[in-house]
Write a protein that binds this ligand. Structure first.
Ligand code: DLL
Length: 439
């Protein structure tokens, strides 16, 4: 595979993006009733778009537009030119549907292959693909990308953790991919069997589809003996492989901006924020054929930056803080679950298995109840045994110290309940939902 585009000089990259944007607008004017209508509505003429700098003149596209034109209204090719159909993984309302031509499937394979390569995977390695296969883009997306890179794939999909671990032991794959919360479940199963990191064949874990923090990375890397890197994407744009962390750099992910042009907009004013500031990630698909999208409002909160130690020229994004939908407002303070997880990383002994339950009074969230596990070793270290009065005393004090730390760092009131390790439900495959409804 040729990776040279990832190293283009910035002016060459802008040139490429500009050409692609101009072509895209012409294509949409011709093929998309939806966008043709939007252009007319806003008085935009094709000659207004001459370079990538003009992107902010284009209309924003929202998930609601996809719902309004369900199922195929935003497609720009006839049905007989499609090669694949996927849907978003949303659990409420109608799914959002995305179509792929053969070229689009090739694009998905290319960006995932590039992502796997950045994650450390190389041709000839074996991928244990525990992403769900089906209408979710994770399983097939990683599968096609791995094959494109020249890897072999075990298409195991999610679930049945004991079998996953049996097959990792027997087949000795170098690369694992799944959601970070499921990687934790797999790692726990290895620990339960007394198998240490240096006895596991895995070297790289390519994890995404949900927000995660350094706390989870630390646990997975320690228990599985891998480089764990972050893969981001969404069905509407392509699936996995919109952005990817490099295994030697970490900390943020390159956006494959030769295909997916990013902007960060203010969630309220919908205007671009100054470079480097946080806001909603909005993406334009520069090269897609069956369902190109202009300035798609991902609803994911992040910021862009250039890393001075970066190997590639492309812009990086910080880990997603959360979806704007998942934001909780606790007595007026906006908070994402990942911020709580981040606080845990400062407290020794917390295991990243936790659930948040908003406590409401008069339809207002006034506090968060948090169930969280602590490391068995901490209990042993303190010479405490579960169920003894001493343990209860210890957990109460430990809980109080977490409550204080959260108050100090994010400014909200919480009530913490400490649980023994492995006692809360684990991720059984796929995305985890850490926010529970109050009973
Ligand atoms: O989750 C595509 C994917 C598959 C990405 C496998 C990575 C790996 P959807 O089901 O459409 O697509 O969900 C997209 O998931 O808007 C984010 O809110 C969230 N998400 C995806 N990757 C990450 C990540 C796939 N690395 C939605 N970090 C997105 C945080 C993520 N959130």
């Amino acid at each position: 595979m040729d990776f040279s585009v990832e190293y283009l000089q910035l002016d060459q990259l802008r040139q490429l993006q500009s050409e692609r944007l101009v072509n895209l607008v012409v294509y949409l004017q011709e093929k998309s009733d939806f966008y043709k209508g939007k252009f007319t509505e806003s008085g935009l003429s094709l000659s207004d778009i001459r370079s990538i700098e003009d992107i902010s003149r284009l209309p924003i596209t929202y998930k609601q537009d996809l719902r309004d034109y369900y199922p195929f209204g935003l497609f720009t090719v006839p049905k007989n030119e499609l090669q694949r159909i996927h849907c978003s993984s949303g659990t409420t309302g109608k799914p959002t549907v995305v179509g792929y031509t053969k070229e689009d499937v090739d694009l998905l394979s290319e960006v995932v292959a590039r992502s796997l390569h950045a994650a450390g995977a190389r041709p000839g390695m074996q991928l244990h693909n525990a992403y769900g296969y089906g209408i979710f883009t994770g399983g097939l997306g990683l599968h096609y990308g791995a094959e494109k890179l020249g890897m072999s794939v075990l298409p195991i999909s999610g679930g049945m953790t004991t079998r996953q671990v049996d097959l990792i032991i027997d087949f000795q794959p170098e690369v694992l991919c799944c959601s970070p919360s499921y990687a934790l479940t797999i790692a726990d199963e290895f620990s339960k069997r007394g198998i240490s990191a240096d006895e596991i064949s895995l070297k790289y874990a390519v994890l995404g589809s949900e927000p995660w923090t350094e706390l989870i990375r630390h646990h997975i890397e320690k228990k599985l003996g891998v480089h764990a890197t972050n893969i981001y994407g969404l069905s509407e744009i392509i699936g996995p492989g919109v952005s990817m962390e490099d295994f030697e750099e970490k900390g943020g992910s390159y956006i494959w901006e030769d295909h997916f042009y990013p902007e960060i907009l203010d969630p309220i004013t919908k205007q671009p924020v100054p470079f480097g500031e946080e806001g909603v990630l909005v993406i334009t698909t520069l090269t897609k054929k069956a369902m190109p999208l202009l300035r798609y409002w991902t609803n994911d909160i992040t910021s862009l930056y250039y890393d001075k130690n970066a190997k590639r020229t492309m812009v990086k994004m910080k880990p997603i803080l959360g979806r704007a939908d998942d934001m909780l407002i606790v007595r007026g303070v906006n908070i994402y679950p990942s911020q709580i997880e981040e606080v845990f990383s400062h407290i020794k002994g917390v295991v990243p298995n936790y659930y948040l339950t908003p406590i409401e009074k008069e339809q207002m969230c006034v506090a968060l109840h948090i169930d969280v596990e602590i490391d068995d070793e901490l209990v042993t270290a303190e010479n405490l045994t579960i169920n003894s009065g001493e343990y209860l005393n210890f957990t109460e004090n430990f809980g109080k110290s977490i409550e204080n730390e959260i108050k100090r760092r994010v400014g909200i009131t919480t009530t913490i309940k400490i649980h023994a390790q492995d006692s809360l439900p684990k991720c059984e495959g796929g995305k985890i939902n850490r926010i529970l409804k109050a009973k």
